[in-house]
Design a protein around this ligand. Structure first.
Ligand code: ACO
Length: 194
């Protein structure tokens, strides 16, 4: 996704992590420039959030700048720094956060957990199926120090389920009533002698 401003002035690396204050990592400008930068990041969040919602057939974005500001969520953006005649383009977005959830395993045992969750994930239509989703997802796993099976996934699309199957051999999801999905190894193993 392209913007009228130069993305490389806002984001200085090919993958950036945005926290609720919407200040890009390594920001080094003064206070006046900060307002301009934060408003540009807000525009990026809103436009990528809207595109993700459209790609998932949702009529309302689940990722907006306002919602990020009032959350403890983290956003990762993937940037093609050379695109748009050197002004850069945003090619992917991924949102994580911890949620308090009740989850049930296949035997009906329930657990109250606060796992890291995959809340939104989008690669621009023109770039899907080129491995960019894997690059962004792997970066997130490394930064958060987690394995995919430790995550709960909010309303995964068929494309995302295919992605998790292909790259991480996660299949046969355990669907939850709260619309989250986890996989069998998410649960502690029962019945194994210590
Ligand atoms: N149809 C079916 N499977 C797909 C498709 C598609 N159009 N696109 C990606 N996949 C799955 C497949 O398993 C594919 O492997 P294959 O090409 O060998 O069949 C694999 O993902 C490709 O992996 P990457 O190239 O690393 O993934 P990509 O860059 O396409 O990113 C993503 C994956 C984020 C799911 C992307 O396809 C996308 O944005 N889809 C639309 C939005 C969406 O559904 N997001 C997830 C919503 S649910 C949530 O966010 C919690």
């Amino acid at each position: 996704m392209e913007f009228s401003f130069n993305l490389n002035d806002v984001f200085k690396s090919p993958i950036v992590e945005i926290t609720p204050n919407l200040i890009p990592p390594g920001y080094a400008g003064d206070r006046r420039a900060l307002w301009d930068t934060v408003s540009k990041v807000g525009e990026i969040v809103n436009q990528m959030g809207a595109a993700s919602a459209a790609a998932q057939g949702l009529n309302k974005a689940i990722t907006t700048a306002d919602r990020i500001r009032n959350s403890e969520h983290k956003l990762y953006f993937l940037i093609d720094q050379k695109a748009n005649s050197g002004k850069g383009a945003v090619t992917g977005m991924l949102k994580t956060g911890n949620k308090s959830l009740y989850v049930f395993d296949r035997d009906g045992n329930h657990y109250q957990v606060q796992p890291p969750c995959l809340l939104d994930f989008y690669v621009h239509e023109s770039k899907q199926r080129n491995g960019l989703g894997k690059v962004l997802f792997e970066h997130m796993l490394q930064k958060e120090g987690i394995a995919p099976v430790q995550m709960a996934i909010d309303r995964p699309s068929d494309k995302l389920l295919g992605f998790l199957n292909k790259h991480y051999s996660l299949r046969d999801p355990v669907k939850q009533m709260n619309n989250y999905v986890v996989f069998d190894d998410f649960f502690p193993r029962r019945g194994i002698p210590a």
